[in-house]
Design a protein. Structure first.
Length: 147
């Protein structure tokens, strides 16, 4: 079991936690595995994840059908090293010492799967860049050799 205190932690926040933040969290979990702690939340969470988002992610080989939108809490922000907002505006609490990024992405709410695919692909590319920055695979291999 890895030492979770040393892992970078990322919180993805959007308004409904039903689309963009769910896709981002799923990609980060899928691509980085146990090298990163991942959370997602919404400032005004929906009842369910957007079905078109679930379908688009399934096409990418990631099942998020069991995910449930979660409300943004101060504790979630405080527990995260990096907070990535996606259109939640000023509702996200700001704390000193945290790194904040704002990813401007179209909102998939009310869109069909064809409109969600390019958003999904953009999120995947941003996640791959983020992983290389905060938890590159080479860094993990070097750490494994030292232990």
């Amino acid at each position: 079991m890895p030492d979770t205190t040393a892992l970078p932690s990322v919180l993805f926040v959007c308004v409904h936690n039903a689309g963009r933040s769910q896709m981002a969290a799923a990609f980060l979990t899928h691509l980085a595995g146990d090298r990163v702690q991942v959370r997602s939340a919404g400032s005004a969470p929906a009842d369910t994840v957007n079905p078109a988002v679930v379908e688009a992610m399934a096409e990418a080989g990631i099942d998020i059908s069991a995910e449930v939108p979660k409300v943004l809490t101060v504790d979630a922000v405080q527990a995260s090293d990096i907070v990535i907002t996606m259109g939640c505006g000023d509702t996200c609490p700001v704390f000193p010492g945290k790194r904040y990024l704002d990813w401007e992405l179209p909102d998939p709410a009310g869109q069909g799967v064809a409109a969600v695919r390019p958003i999904r692909d953009e999120i995947e590319q941003r996640i791959r860049v983020l992983i290389e920055e905060i938890a590159p695979a080479e860094q993990v291999r070097r750490a494994d050799r030292r232990s």
